[in-house]
Design a protein. Structure first.
Length: 157
């Protein structure tokens, strides 16, 4: 009797699994928007990685691509041109920029990336290390590509 109950539970679990896979494939094939959330999250995650890499490698061209022309931070006081100039400045260097607990949320053509980070670098020959901070980046999809339009930071770890 015990084997019979186990066989029934296994059959039900297998049927549920197969139904889930079939339903997901069906939705992806016939409702293109249903599976696009995962693709959009992947695209936004790639932009996040490129943003971090640009800082580590002083890649101003990539930073120019991932930041929107109307980018702002710190209540609008820091604009795209400020960030580009800082990264291009030979007296400033990011040595490490580590992120953790990164989460991506997409809603249509708008996305938010949140996480925790720490930065180490050098400015005018002096090393610095930021305290741990939390960040939120807001991205918009414009003309087929995701760009960061706003960033917010807090030291509330």
């Amino acid at each position: 009797m015990q084997h019979y109950a186990y066989a029934i539970r296994l059959s039900v679990a297998l049927a549920t699994f197969l139904f889930g896979i079939t339903a997901t494939n069906f939705l992806g094939a016939f409702l293109p928007g249903a599976a696009s959330g995962d693709a959009a999250e992947g695209e936004v995650s790639r932009v996040e990685r490129e943003y971090v890499r640009a800082h580590l490698e002083r890649d101003v061209a990539t930073l120019d691509q991932v930041l929107a022309d109307d980018f702002s931070s710190f209540g609008g006081r820091v604009r795209k041109e400020h960030r580009m100039a800082l990264l291009a400045n030979p007296l400033f260097k990011v040595v490490s920029l580590t992120t953790e607990d990164v989460r991506v949320r997409v809603s249509g053509d708008e996305a938010w990336v949140t996480g925790k980070a720490r930065m180490k670098g050098a400015s005018r020959g002096r090393e610095f290390a930021s305290p741990p901070y939390e960040y939120t980046r807001r991205l918009l999809k414009r003309e087929g590509r995701w760009q960061i339009v706003h960033m917010k930071f807090s030291l509330s770890w």
